[in-house]
Design a protein around this ligand. Structure first.
Ligand code: ZN
Length: 70
């Protein structure tokens, strides 16, 4: 059972938050490098472009309004 880590209330809501990684520039350089090596073929694979960010879940308390990690 999920509960607020601040007030202990179980009246909480789980929210998905997208976080940007700090290595975005490095990933872009690798991306461009791979694109050149594969003659742009890698650009057809959209899955790899989503590695720059990841989705995490947070608990939003409906009583005290504070956000805590799952
Ligand atoms: Zn709370």
């Amino acid at each position: 059972m999920l509960c607020c880590k601040h007030c202990g209330s179980t009246n909480v809501r789980v929210q998905a938050v997208e976080k940007q990684k700090k290595r975005g520039i490095l990933m872009s350089i690798i991306w461009i490098f791979l694109a050149i090596c594969t003659c742009g073929l890698i650009l057809l694979i959209p899955l790899l472009t989503k590695k720059g960010s990841k989705t995490t879940s947070v608990i939003v308390c409906q009583d005290c309004g504070k956000i805590s990690k799952v």
